[in-house]
Design a protein around this ligand. Sequence first.
Ligand code: NAP
Length: 244
Amino acid sequence: MELTGKTALVTGSTGGIGRETALLLASAGASVVVSGRDAERGARTVQSITEQGGRARFIAADLTDLDSLRGLAEAAGDVDILVNNAAVFPGAPTTDQDVASFDSTLATNIRAPYFLTAALVPAMIAKGAGSIVNISTMATRIGMPGLSVYSATKAALESLTRTWAAEFSPAGVRVNTVAPGPTRTDMVLSTMGEDGAAQVGKTTLLGRVAAPREIAEVVLFLASDRAAYITGATIAADAGRTAV
Ligand SMILES: NC(=O)c1ccc[n+]([C@@H]2O[C@H](COP(=O)([O-])OP(=O)(O)OC[C@H]3O[C@@H](n4cnc5c(N)ncnc54)[C@H](OP(=O)(O)O)[C@@H]3O)[C@@H](O)[C@H]2O)c1
């Protein structure tokens, strides 16, 4: 299996795209560190991985808390693949945005991947190999009302992808981003409902929302040696929504 012998840390793998990514990386042979705040949902991801014959353990962390983040980095140990997936999506028109939600969105979506990457990349550099995959969104390329803070944090993550590629890739560490379109996760269903999700799906060229697995497949590709010549890239997995 192509990821045998590798350790992968997937943030926000207690549900949604992160959970599917953890399952897929494990089925490709990686030993997966599942993380998030909810230990019960984390245990369910680990159980699904072990039931399919894979290896995984759960480490609880609240990524808005820098001590918790450092604890995660320490407990995860030597990591070959880091997927910066955890995020929050509070929607508000700019004129109604409250400062607390602004700050916590920046802390989760930007400060956390920044300092987690900074903590884990030195070991990758020392080994001369590693793959970091950041998860952004199609909303970095198209204006979507109510998503100002969210899309700005994700645009920053795409920028960090290029900076980190410049800093780390000469030492053998690849850094890329997957920018998903509307994907059928609990977060989407709870905020938009089935009908709302279907409506956003209809705005894509394929006319539907993605299954989380379809996004996870792109992450697996970028994490694997099949993407050995790709770094600093942002790959749209949005059914063409940002292509036209
Ligand atoms: N779904 C979509 O349509 C869509 C579209 C474009 C981009 N994306 C991106 O895809 C990624 C996953 O989205 P999703 O839809 O799968 O979301 P989701 O179902 O809401 O999952 C988000 C994950 O992040 C974790 N998380 C949130 N805050 C955290 C914190 N403070 N500390 C640690 N973990 C935290 C959650 O775990 P706990 O609750 O256990 O903490 C959960 O596992 C995100 O980066 C999102 O921006 C999603």
